[in-house]
Design a protein around this ligand. Structure first.
Ligand code: FAD
Ligand code: N01
Length: 528
């Protein structure tokens, strides 16, 4: 008899809700979490300026209608402390901590093909068994830290956005370098620029950033609360798991040239990631994409006073939104400050770090502090960090040429192991809360089905998986996503196979497929 019905790995938004959902169904569930507390992303990423870029009204749980009514988000995009407070509140409200073991990292999962159970090994050497395992390990939970020559010689302080000191850091009057200009870098740069003595930004690829137009949302929130269930249902059926001003975007070719520009202007003024949904085919039609990209480039030129700096900040080498777009509050304006300098690493690559600072090209930039905002081994990193085995088979070997899953939920050959927002599901291309809740509920229903029928195992069928892998790759190939060296493609991790990782056809479509699979007796899954 296994120690637990289910072991869930991770106590971020996904793991917490999975625990709640399985507990409701009477499964004996244990959550193992490497960190000392709940929150996942929002526990770890405490850098200055950290906040969500999906609107808080949408980036929140829907499973608890009373919580939905009681919780008041202060801003359109809540800051990290508020989101962490929310996660903690949910954990307390549902007494979730009693089934969570903190400071406990899962290092290995071993499947016993005869007993149909997993042995879960943790970093303290303990082992426990579970009939099922749910990996809620996060898509952006394994930080990437490229090693720069000489890093250990640096005599100043170094910080990483993904594990910023909990008591904060006083950067007042310091000379600071920030390496990396993705979402984490942008938020950090914008937040610290007014306080530091000098800020040097090391940029390898300029991002496309759209204004957040953050604001307090008392009235908006009240209006949504009046019909939250209907609001959530629309999000679940939408493409991105969140709504964009409630309308269906037009196809680019259906618009006259002036109307297309006007639409971009409207989205720009609304602010936020809906900009990338100005045209339904913005990521399929290169002409539409270029128009949307050029619109942003023009805004950069208008905002940044020094034309040379503006040019360096202007993204040209990849389609807009093919890398994750950034949502900013005054990012480009930062470069009009006298205390901010931009180093373009395509002209002057980082050669080494010295005792005094960062050498890029021929110049040594002397600083007191270096902030690394260099990203994550996304989507597969956390799963592949665990030694997952079934006899001679390992997940790492199976995924060496890219992940292979059925629906992003299971991988053939590894029965009774589910992933929440796994590769080949919409996950990072969506409002993650919508995708997390959908997966958690789907997995809970599947486990209830297994139990009701008296089965001991559920496993993805190889043919179904092959079809799904082909579908996800083929649909991605119809888009402009593969034209960017992005973390969606695994391109930011040296040696990682370049394969487009998420399912591109949208949350609503994906839900219809997975709902259909479930009602057709879990077509494509084998039970024993
Ligand atoms: P996580 O929050 O990553 O939690 C996974 C947990 O698993 C972590 O606590 C980790 O410690 C634990 N874990 C991993 N491996 C192991 C192991 N082997 N053993 C034990 N524990 C383990 N998404 C959006 O949709 N909107 C946003 O605005 C948004 N903003 C973001 C901002 C930042 C700074 C980052 C980094 C990501 C953001 N994301 C956003 C994505 C975000 O990761 C998800 O929205 C969401 O928080 C993921 O929740 P999760 O529970 O799936 O994973
Ligand atoms: O990471 P990133 P992130 N030398 O990979 C650069 C979510 N998120 O943590 O683009 C020099 O985007 C790298 O350069 P390049 C969101 O989904 C959301 O910022 O690879 N530079 C890039 O500029 C996001 O997409 C929010 O050429 C190096 C940067 O480091 C995801 O998390 C906030 C380098 C990494 O950017 C990841 O964002 C934060 C090197 N060796 C995160 N290696 C919100 O706003 C890497 N870089 C909600």
């Amino acid at each position: 008899m296994a120690d637990h019905d289910v072991v869930v790995i991770g106590a971020g938004f996904a793991g917490l809700y999975q625990l709640y959902a399985l507990r409701e169904l009477g499964f004996d569930t244990k959550v193992l979490e490497a960190a000392p507390d709940v929150g996942g992303t929002w526990y770890h990423n405490r850098y200055p300026g950290a906040r969500c870029d999906i609107e808080s009204i949408e980036y929140s749980y829907s499973f608890d209608p009373e919580l939905e009514q009681e919780w008041d988000w202060s801003e359109r995009y809540a800051a990290q402390p508020e989101i962490l407070a929310y996660v903690r509140h949910v954990a307390d409200r549902h007494d979730l901590r009693r089934d969570i073991e903190f400071d406990t990292r899962v290092t290995a999962l071993d499947f016993d093909d005869t007993a149909n159970e997993w042995t879960v090994t943790t970093d303290d050497g303990a082992r426990r068994t579970a009939r099922f395992v749910v990996a809620a390990t996060g898509c952006l939970s394994v930080p990437l830290h490229p090693r720069f020559e000489g890093e250990d010689e640096f005599t100043g302080a170094t910080y990483r956005t993904w594990n910023w000191p909990h008591d904060g850091v006083d950067l007042t009057g310091k000379r600071v370098a920030v390496i990396g200009t993705g979402s984490s870098g942008l938020q950090t740069i914008t937040a610290i620029a007014p306080d530091v003595a000098a800020l040097t930004v090391f940029q390898r690829t300029p991002p496309y950033a759209v204004p957040a137009r953050n604001r307090t949302i008392t009235d908006e929130l009240a209006a949504v609360k009046a019909h939250y269930p209907e609001f959530r249902e629309l999000s679940r059926l939408s493409r991105g798991g969140a709504q964009c001003a409630g309308d269906e975007p037009p196809f680019f070719d259906d618009l006259a040239a002036d109307d297309a520009s006007a639409e971009l202007g409207r989205r720009w003024l609304d602010g936020g990631l809906c900009y990338q949904q100005t045209f339904r085919d913005l990521l399929q039609d290169p002409v539409a994409n270029e128009l949307a990209a050029e619109y942003v480039r023009t805004r950069i030129r208008e905002t940044v006073h020094d034309p040379e700096v503006a040019e360096k900040l202007t993204p040209r080498s990849y389609p807009i939104a093919a890398k994750r777009m950034c949502v900013d509050t005054g990012y480009y304006e930062v470069y009009n400050r006298d205390n901010v300098a931009l180093v373009d690493l395509t002209e002057d690559p980082i050669r080494r770090i010295t005792a005094r600072g960062v050498v890029a090209g021929e110049t040594e930039h002397e600083v007191d502090v270096i902030v690394f905002a260099t990203g994550f081994d996304a989507m597969t990193g956390a799963l592949e960090a665990i030694d997952v085995r079934n006899g001679d088979r390992t997940l790492r070997a199976k995924w060496a040429d890219g992940p292979r899953t059925y629906l992003g939920l299971m991988s053939a050959g590894f029965p009774n192991l589910f992933t929440v927002t796994g590769p080949q599901s919409p996950s990072v291309l969506s409002n993650m809360m919508t995708s997390i809740e959908y997966h958690v509920e789907w997995i809970a229903s599947a486990l209830a089905h297994v139990r009701e029928r008296g089965f001991a195992r559920i496993e993805a069928d190889v043919d179904a998986e092959d079809n799904w892998v082909n579908t996800t790759n083929d649909t991605a190939d119809l888009t402009l996503f593969p034209n960017a060296a992005s973390w969606y493609m695994g391109a930011n991790v040296p040696g990682k196979k370049r394969v487009f990782l998420p399912f591109v056809a949208g949350v609503g479509t994906y839900k219809q497929i997975c709902d259909g699979v479930a009602v057709s007796h879990y077509h494509g899954f084998e039970f024993a």
